[in-house]
Design a protein around this ligand. Structure first.
Ligand code: GLA
Length: 690
């Protein structure tokens, strides 16, 4: 007999009615409802990883004529000396439109704001593809949407190759040799050493996307072998997830030559001054990315210019990127859609359904400057419960009472039964876009299995029944259930204020919870404040647009459950480092370990089925809605890969491989703000050839 059934039976006995009658009121879970049919527009052309690029020397290299003028003026070494011995070479056959030509600008619009350039101390650049363009990582996963399933593994990048020891307990990684930062300083294991020892392993350093030792597996260590080789040592054999943890978000080393002197271990004053050492108005922060920041006008624009030391080329030997400049207009996420369809911006991930109909209408017009293509249903929202019962986020008595309720299955069931997912979806957009999301893995991952997905249908009666089973009744008759002490239960729901969609979904949840007698108060915070509140446990519940792990599984798999003290944002350890996992959470952790512990595809599939069953049956989070997003991109750009999803292993800003995107000469719009200029020295102005 399951615990909730026992409780219901007991409640029924006390009330003097039959247990069967009470059970009849709580609806049985069902299979998840079929999603409305909505075909992705444009299928990827599937290839193997080696078809996209390789590392090799070419007989000769070239660069834009205006960059060559710097060389001629003695201001820049020749291109062959700026490139690595064997640069990363994009294969022409994999380029949708072939080798490109130089020039022009991509005009992004973003809703975030750069806080400063110390990503490794937790500063956000403002998202929307700005950080993706500035930090390069050891491996790369964005373009994997077009890779054959049989060859699915991260692409090399700054790590050009790697090999496992025979027992799988260590991995030797070879860096690209002779690549340089945008200021000409060599990229080598000094950068790896600093990232590992002084960021990841330093408990006082807080990198932006939270990488810690657990990200690479508990107990993992790293040894530097020589200038271009290092070795990682693991507690388990063949932890393939490490290769994904080396992709965007985590193992993206910073320039040790400028970061180190500001770090407390090497003479920097303290961690706060390390954090603040590279403010948003400091230009030319060294990057391994294709463009470096040369101008920032607060609340207006960030301008980035081509990195003359970029280490990637095409098969003709042309140094990449093709685009000389990339803009990030500092506006709102909603405005990104509006500007992209209007042609004043060039790119948008159409991800807020409130804008779907208008954008579709505009893009369908003959004269539309932009093309719009929907991809898979990879955007999903869930409501998460703070599941720490032992003090994470230091709750007061009210907060602690909510935490204890969150840890009760009856209570979580009450919440899921209370949610009318159809209504939530329809409130965002009518039509075949949104689907009722059971929670956990999204239908767009190959690991999704409907048979392992438990769906609690919308039923206010069942919700009320589950509340009673959790011991909550409306003792003062004011329409809201009360805590044992007498006060109304009042739950704070943390949401992201930067997106209309988050706000609309959250308001729907508040209304639906009120309908079953649970008072919910919104705490709507913008950008970094939202992330900080979430990551510090200062919340009862939060609503969140899914990260990669729920869409791809492999990218960020360790975040799918509390596999470490600070890894899945609904349940961190308390200040003493104790993680009070519920038994079902432990089962999810075990499923992730089983997934990571084998390379056998069938066993991995089964592990994910077990994970999904445990997640959804126990309402680890409440799935709210899932829908497809569309990539909107100006028609003048060439080399946009077919079927690029806005979100899968990474965001489209990575998926479309921007350094390979170009604009044919007759379509260039002449929108450069710094023509003829290259990034200069850190903190100084740009430079010109003469
Ligand atoms: C934000 C946007 C996404 C995407 C990412 C890239 O989260 O909402 O569409 O641009 O930034 O990091």
């Amino acid at each position: 007999m399951t615990k909730p059934f026992r409780r219901a039976a007991l409640a029924a006995l006390l009330l003097g009615v039959s247990a069967v009658a009470v059970q009849a009121e709580m609806m049985a879970p069902t299979a998840p409802p079929e999603a409305p049919k909505f075909d992705a527009q444009g299928e990827p052309i599937y290839v193997n990883r080696a078809d996209i690029y390789e590392f090799k020397a070419l007989p000769a290299y070239s660069e834009p004529a205006w960059v060559k003028a710097f060389v001629d003026a003695g201001k820049l070494p020749p291109v062959a000396e700026r490139l690595p011995k064997e640069p990363l070479v994009y294969k022409t056959a994999n380029m949708p439109d072939g080798n490109g030509v130089y020039g022009d600008v991509m005009r992004h619009v973003i809703g975030g704001r750069p806080e400063g350039w110390n990503f490794w101390a937790g500063q956000s650049y403002g998202w929307g593809g700005i950080d993706i363009g500035l930090v390069e990582c050891l491996t790369r996963t964005g373009p994997l949407f077009q890779v054959n399933a049989a060859d699915l593994q991260p692409l090399p990048n700054l790590a050009r190759s790697w090999e496992w020891a025979a027992d799988g307990k260590s991995l030797t990684v070879h860096l690209i040799e002779g690549a340089k930062w945008s200021d000409g300083d060599p990229f080598d294991t000094e950068d790896i050493d600093f990232y590992w020892n002084d960021i990841v392993m330093d408990p006082d350093a807080t990198p932006l996307m939270g990488a810690s030792q657990e990200t690479y597996g508990a107990g993992t260590t790293l040894d530097i072998i020589d200038a271009y080789t290092f070795k990682m040592n693991f507690q388990t054999a063949f932890p393939e997830s490490v290769l994904y943890a080396m992709a965007y978000g985590n193992f993206c080393p910073g320039p040790a030559h400028v970061l180190k002197p500001a770090h407390p271990k090497y003479g920097g004053k303290d961690y706060q001054s390390f954090h603040d050492a590279f403010p948003a108005d400091m230009m030319n922060f060294p990057t391994m990315g294709a463009w470096a920041v040369v101008e920032h006008r607060p609340d207006d624009i960030v301008v980035t210019r081509r990195n003359a030391y970029y280490w990637k080329v095409d098969e003709a030997g042309q140094q990449l990127p093709y685009l000389d400049e990339v803009h990030f207009r500092l506006s709102t996420w909603g405005d990104r859609d509006v500007q992209a369809v209007a042609g004043t911006g060039d790119f948008s991930n159409l991800e807020q359904p409130e804008n779907f109909v208008e954008s579709l209408k505009k893009a369908a017009e003959e004269a539309s400057p932009a093309r719009l293509a929907f991809g898979p249903r990879s955007i999903g929202y869930q409501l998460f419960f703070n599941l720490s019962g032992n003090g994470w986020g230091e709750p007061d008595a009210r907060g602690q009472a909510v935490r204890e309720l969150n840890r009760s299955l009856d209570f979580r069931k009450a919440v899921t039964y209370a949610i009318d997912r159809q209504r939530i979806g329809d409130s965002l957009v009518k039509g075949p876009f949104t689907s009722q999301y059971a929670g956990g893995l999204l239908t767009s991952t190959s690991y999704y299995d409907a048979g392992s997905t438990v769906f609690y249908p919308f039923s206010t009666e069942s919700a009320k029944e589950a509340l009673a089973a959790a011991g909550l009744t409306d003792s003062d008759g004011n329409g809201f259930v009360n805590l044992a002490g007498g006060d109304d239960l009042n739950v704070t729901l943390l949401t992201n204020a930067d997106y209309a969609t988050d706000k609309n979904i959250a308001e729907g949840v508040v209304a639906m919870m009120a309908d079953v007698g649970v008072k919910v108060t919104l705490n709507s915070l913008g950008g970094k404040d939202y992330d900080n509140a979430r990551e510090s446990g200062k919340h009862d519940w939060y609503i969140r647009r899914n990260d990669q792990e729920f869409v791809s599984v492999v990218q960020g798999v360790n975040r799918l459950a509390p596999t470490g003290p600070a890894i899945s944002t609904w349940h961190y350890a308390n200040a003493a480092g104790e993680l009070d996992l519920l038994p079902y959470e432990q089962q999810m952790v075990d499923a992730i370990a089983a997934f990571n512990g084998t390379q056998d595809a069938a066993v991995r599939g089964d592990a994910m089925k077990a994970y999904q069953k445990t997640f959804t049956e126990n309402v680890n989070a409440v799935g709210l809605t899932a829908y497809p997003g569309a990539l909107i991109i100006n028609k003048r750009f060439a080399n946009i890969p077919a079927g690029a999803p806005i979100f899968m292993y990474n965001w489209a800003e990575d998926n479309i491989i921007r350094e390979r995107v170009y604009v044919p000469a007759d379509k260039q719009i002449g929108a450069e703000l710094h023509p003829g200029e290259l990034p200069g020295k850190l903190g100084e102005a740009t430079v010109k050839a003469e």
